[in-house]
Design a protein around this ligand. Sequence first.
Ligand SMILES: NC(=O)c1ccc[n+]([C@@H]2O[C@H](COP(=O)([O-])OP(=O)(O)OC[C@H]3O[C@@H](n4cnc5c(N)ncnc54)[C@H](O)[C@@H]3O)[C@@H](O)[C@H]2O)c1
Length: 337
Amino acid sequence: MTVRIGVIGVGMIGQDHIRRLTQVVTGAQVTAVADVDPARAAEIASAIPGCSAAASGTELIVRDDVDAVLVTSWGPTHEEFVVAAIAAGKPVFCEKPLATTQEACLRIVEAETAFGSRLVQVGFMRRYDEYYRALRNTITDGALGAPLLMHCAHRIGTVAPNFSTEMMVNDAAIHEMDLIRWMFDEEIVEVTAVAARHNPTSKDALRDPLVLLFTTESGVLANVEVLANGGFGYDIRGEVVAQHGVAALPELGQVMVKRAGQLSTPIPGDWRERFLRAYDVEFQEWIDRLTSGQPANGPSSWDGLAATTVADAATESLATGHAAAVSLPEKPALYTS
Ligand SMILES: NC(=O)c1ccc[n+]([C@@H]2O[C@H](COP(=O)([O-])OP(=O)(O)OC[C@H]3O[C@@H](n4cnc5c(N)ncnc54)[C@H](O)[C@@H]3O)[C@@H](O)[C@H]2O)c1
């Protein structure tokens, strides 16, 4: 079986996922695209055999030749499309964030809960990265004993001029917010966010770098350094300190060069390069579930709600200078297995 997919929002990552769905993964076909820029939608559709542009995202969702929906439009538009896909009973993959406010995420959770089975998957692709998966397996197999601490770094080479302090939290660090919950299989209950000495490379209004400190339900402390203009490449670090030892993500260089008294290894230029394979695995697993008639089992609406709620608390902490509690509603049974 081939899953016929409609893509809403054909900008940067929408086009990259279309390439992935049409050229990398098996079992998928892109049959419809929509964008608020109709010329862009028409141009993208014309390059894909068997694909046509829809006048809007909501029109695309109800089309007969669309079995499943991929939402890659701007964050504030996600709620409308995800809720419409649930109303149509169609599986929907939504790029992060699920929605930009806790209230909007809750409305999605309520719609899906009322539908009665999982339709939504959120694009937290780090869960599909082989190194993060190996790190998590090291923790869950129990040999290291109880996890106590996690040190993370999210160092970006350069950011666009419009990159804001809020985006440091809800665009960049939201990935760590999800993966810390996933790594330890528990919720984050408190966040403290502080800005370090200002990075002179960054514009004055950008609070760069930030340090975020998370406390989980069992008391694991996880800190994340977010550096917007590191200037040397894209560097993602993760190290778990546990009762009997330490486990960390490896350095990822493909080759080590010894030259002129120096040992060097390449650093990924950006997130696309670092997580290329994770996106491919993420989509292949999503398509495989759909073609075998099973509901999605990747990051859920609940995970999207939790991450957005943690991001809200981090933004609050940054503004007040105090720790902020993460307040989640009771988890519906749909998301407990
Ligand atoms: N998982 C990741 O690592 C990752 C990486 C990059 C982007 N993202 C997420 O993907 C989403 C898109 O990001 P991007 O960088 O591709 O942005 P982008 O601006 O390049 O593309 C967004 C596209 O959506 C279109 N659009 C906006 N509102 C629309 C609407 N109502 N209906 C139809 N089309 C609409 C825009 O015209 C544009 O073509 C964001 O939520 C972003 O956070 C996730």
